[in-house]
Design a protein around this ligand. Structure first.
Ligand SMILES: Cc1cc2nc3c(=O)[nH]c(=O)nc-3n(C[C@H](O)[C@H](O)[C@H](O)COP(=O)(O)OP(=O)(O)OC[C@H]3O[C@@H](n4cnc5c(N)ncnc54)[C@H](O)[C@@H]3O)c2cc1C
Length: 374
């Protein structure tokens, strides 16, 4: 069997990894000169087992499954490549600075505990004992001891090395232009070098997943910009991920602190803005005033793959042989190993995933009047 994977972000690489592990011939198309140069390397790499957006349900279950799948995948990538992914269980503080933040924490603590997610409410004093650089203005915190973090640039590099070693052909500078159709089947992809035929195509093109406007249905994808700042510290500024509703701080490595982020619907515009960076700086200093004295090393922005309802699209398209695996929005690093696995299950028909039915693209196609833009 021959499979084309469109998109060399972490999701496409994870799909190529799982497919080649199962002995399937894979060609991965990446339109950029290198893989992983979009959202996948822009990300902070925070890996929680929980969402803080809503209560229990299919999305929380998906996040939990993604979280459970990650450590094994990370360990295997390190074993095969020798790359230190800086994968570690750092734990995370969700901090409250305003009465409204405290209300959010109380609500989150309630349903997270009920869902079996390890978390502990701490007073401001208790937080600062564990994380002394947190601001004295913090009112209280929720501590999540099981949160991991990973270096996303290293994750991409490890995936690339593994899929190449497993025989995948990576074609860079090779944008997929449109799908090749035979009646109601996808039989390949038109590329700059001409037609490329395959038994299955997996679309992992992130916010660009809707690139083929010639289909009878729309693949709904929305770019959601996120900006980041990297500060120089010596050696470590914090030990845990620290977050509020306005910003987060992650100690990526000794000497490297990153702060994020914005959530902006600004089209396919990857520029950083003064406004965005000022908002991150202000949120970061609210968390830990000492950030204000740290030298800025660099800043960047990435386009998260969003969808009209903010949830991923995972599953077969309404065209035979085409699978969709995109739209992971703020959780694509966490969900990559799991997504790679289910994409390979669908391709090989090894396993159905009825639990993923809520994430099918049909939710947009069947009831377009009920789509909510978040
Ligand atoms: C600032 C920021 C912070 C984040 N923090 C986290 C975090 O802490 N934890 C977490 O889990 N997630 C986080 N995310 C989200 C995460 O980065 C994304 O969900 C994830 O990287 C999506 O991966 P992807 O492979 O689907 O998309 P992408 O990384 O966008 O990859 C898609 C690839 O497809 C290629 N492509 C597009 N069109 C075509 C085409 N026609 N032909 C060929 N190739 C094509 C693109 O060039 C790109 O390389 C963050 C994102 C941002 C921006």
């Amino acid at each position: 069997m021959r499979v084309i994977v469109i998109g060399g972000g972490v999701v496409g690489l994870a799909a190529a990894d799982e497919l080649t592990q199962r002995g399937i011939s894979v060609e991965l198309l990446e339109r950029n000169p290198r893989v992983g140069q979009e959202s996948s390397s822009a990300a902070a790499g925070i890996l929680p087992a929980h969402t803080n957006e809503e209560g229990p349900g299919p999305f929380q279950e998906l996040i939990q499954r993604g979280y459970d799948a990650f450590p094994g995948a990370a360990r295997r990538l390190t074993r095969l490549t020798g790359i230190d992914l800086r994968f570690r269980k750092s734990g995370m503080f969700s901090l409250a600075f305003q009465p409204a933040d405290e209300e959010d924490l109380a609500r989150e603590e309630g349903w997270h505990r009920a869902a079996g997610i390890a978390c502990q409410r701490l007073t401001a004093l208790e937080v600062r004992k564990l994380e002394p650089r947190v601001s004295q203005a913090a009112r209280s915190g929720l501590f999540y001891p099981e949160v991991f973090q990973v270096d996303t640039g290293r994750l991409v590099e490890a995936y690339l090395q593994v899929v190449q070693a497993q025989g995948a052909r990576i074609r860079v500078n090779s944008p997929a232009k449109r799908f090749l159709l035979k009646e109601d089947q996808v039989v390949g992809v038109e590329t700059a070098e001409g037609p490329l035929f395959a038994d299955r195509v997996v679309n992992c093109a992130g916010p660009w997943a809707g690139f083929d406007a010639g289909l009878a249905f729309t693949i709904p994808a929305v770019p959601v910009r996120g900006q980041m700042i990297q500060f120089q510290t010596s050696p470590s500024f914090i030990s845990h991920v620290c977050a509020s509703p306005r910003a987060y701080l992650v100690q990526r490595a000794a000497g490297v602190l990153i702060a994020g982020t914005t959530v902006e619907y600004a089209g396919f515009d990857k520029r950083v803005t003064e406004e965005g960076l000022a908002a991150i700086r202000s949120g970061a200093q609210e968390l830990a005033p000492g950030v204000g004295r740290l030298p800025v090393q660099k800043s960047w922005a990435g386009l998260r793959p969003g969808t009209p309802d903010g949830r991923p699209v995972l599953g077969p398209a309404p065209l035979k042989n085409l699978l969709l695996a995109y739209g992971h929005h703020r959780n694509g690093i966490l969900l990559a190993p799991l997504t790679g696995r289910v994409a390979a299950d669908w391709v090989t028909q090894a396993q159905d995933h009825p639990e993923l039915a809520p994430f099918g693209v049909s939710r947009f196609l069947a009831k377009p009047d009920r789509v909510v833009v978040s």
